[in-house]
Design a protein around this ligand. Structure first.
Ligand code: IPM
Ligand code: SF4
Length: 468
């Protein structure tokens, strides 16, 4: 048998039909659904008199539009569009009989946090969702990617997806990380290295000692941003940490089924002499705590650097850098650590898990946020929120002056009441810093939870290592 990558193995195990031109019908194990990209898909089913093919493999949760304040069931600050989308998901979930975690359910949260938490996401699976950050689930060694609304309808109706195979790319992070450097710094640094188009046409497998050393939470952070590097999906081979995370989760297999699953999961690694179409190697100890300065996730620099000059960039990028510096209100040559911020947002499917909250709380313990600064922590799910309360993290945040919110996408994107005002500058743990992403005219600097916590204390972009 010819050697295969992990991607090849999962792909081959899910081929339902392959046409002569390589177009493949892939079986889908899990279909995650949220309120933004699903209303038209369900409407399509309704109009053609179809049902959901595999309701037991279809999981829905509202996240993008929901307010994150207490009493949100009666919130009067939702836009009409938001209200309609959430109500449509409510109706569709009931009518089509799929698994559903409504806003009132403690298990509700960001779809990419809920899936793994509930044991829906497992190694070797194909996982899709009408959402680009579905890549997150690749942390389990699952082939997971975003799909468009017409594909959502196709998967709902058939439990299959038409796909063309991507190429194989290996991103190896060797050795150990230095103190203060986290999964977020890895994933941002990779994008800084490859650019936002570097992964186009590829499925990335992340490997190497620094990746192995990460917790499942950290691995999810890394894979979450594979899409920002242009890749179709990100993958990490499952290991003992993966099995341990999955074991005992509500929808993970049990008993003999667990044993059967394990024997398949243990085959899920790239063979030694598998073919890679592209390989990138980064030394773990050369990665610094980073922040973004621009309006693309590739605009990454170590916190010790200064705002760049547009002239330092090549060709086509010069204009883009000029425009983005103008939008960001930054002057070339200013040390990044002197850039003052107005807001701190800790949350999102990139960094809204328990470990992220622990990392931020560790820095904030016994300290206060800078006066006048707005700071909020938005746990990625109701269960993360409950656990953080139990561990005393919520009190640390509240004592530090942070708002302690309910689960949702929140300030990651401006689809709900949590938004930046024009010109407001935010230290954010999310994954996109596009113009207007957090609100019209809002300015986003992406970073790790520990770095965001440090920024909250000083009121400027800050090297977390100074506070450790
Ligand atoms: C709204 C949704 C389709 C979108 C995505 O696909 O990623 C959102 O989650 C985002 O992060 O921009
Ligand atoms: S938290 Fe942000 S990135 Fe994640 S699904 Fe929600 S909007 Fe998209």
């Amino acid at each position: 048998m010819s050697p295969k990558t992990l991607y090849d193995k999962i792909w081959d195990a899910h081929v339902a039909h392959e046409a002569d031109d390589g177009t493949t019908l892939l079986y889908i194990d899990r279909h995650l659904v949220h309120e933004v990209t699903s209303p038209q898909a369900f409407e399509g089913l309704r109009m053609t008199g179809r049902t959901v093919r595999a309701p037991d493999k279809t999981i829905a949760v509202p996240d993008h539009n929901v307010p994150t304040t207490l009493g949100r069931e009666n919130a009067d600050n939702m836009t009409e569009d938001s209200r309609i989308q959430v109500a449509a998901l409510d109706t569709n979930a009931k009518e089509f009989g799929i698994h559903y975690y409504p806003v009132s359910d403690i298990r509700q949260g960001i779809v990419h946090i809920v899936g793994p938490e509930q044991g829906w996401t497992l190694p070797g699976m194909t996982v899709v969702c009408g959402d680009s950050h579905t890549a997150t689930h690749g942390a389990f060694g699952a082939l997971a990617h975003g799909i468009g609304t017409s594909e959502v309808e196709h998967v709902l109706a058939t439990q299959t997806l038409i796909q063309k195979k991507s190429k194989n790319m290996k991103v190896e992070i060797t050795g150990k990380l230095r103190p203060g450097v986290t999964a977020k710094d890895i994933t941002l640094s990779v994008i800084g290295h490859t650019g936002t188009a570097g992964g186009t046409g590829y499925v990335i497998e992340y490997c190497g000692e620094a990746i192995r050393d990460l917790s499942m939470e950290g691995r999810m952070t890394v894979c979450n941003m594979a899409i920002e590097g242009g890749a179709r999906a990100g993958l990490i081979a499952p290991d003992e940490k993966t099995y341990e995370y999955c074991m005992g989760r509500p929808h993970a297999p049990k008993g003999a089924q667990w044993e059967a699953a394990m024997s398949w999961w243990k085959t899920l690694y790239s063979d030694d002499d598998a073919h890679w179409d592209k390989v990138i190697t980064i030394k773990g100890d050369e990665i610094a705590p980073v922040v973004t300065w621009g309006t693309s996730p590739e605009d990454v620099l170590p916190i010790t650097a200064s705002v760049p000059n547009a002239e330092d960039f090549k060709g086509g990028k010069i204009g883009a850098v000029q425009r983005s510096l103008e939008y960001m209100g930054l002057t070339p040559g200013t040390p990044l650590s002197e850039v003052e911020i107005d807001t701190v947002f800790i949350g999102s499917c990139t960094n809204g898990r328990i470990e992220d909250l622990r990392a931020a709380a560790e820095i904030l313990k016994g300290k206060k946020k800078k006066e006048g600064l707005r700071a909020m922590v938005v746990p990625g799910s109701g269960l993360v929120r409950a656990q953080a309360e139990e561990e005393g993290l919520a009190d640390i945040f509240k004592d530090a002056g942070f708002e302690w919110r309910l689960a949702g996408c929140s300030m990651c994107l401006a689809m709900n009441p949590d938004q930046l005002a024009p010109g407001e500058r935010c230290a954010a743990t999310s994954n996109r810093n596009f113009e207007g992403r957090q609100g019209r005219g809002g300015r986003t600097h992406l970073m790790s939870p520990a770095m965001a916590a440090a920024a909250a204390i000083t009121g400027r972009l800050t090297d977390v290592r100074e506070l450790m």
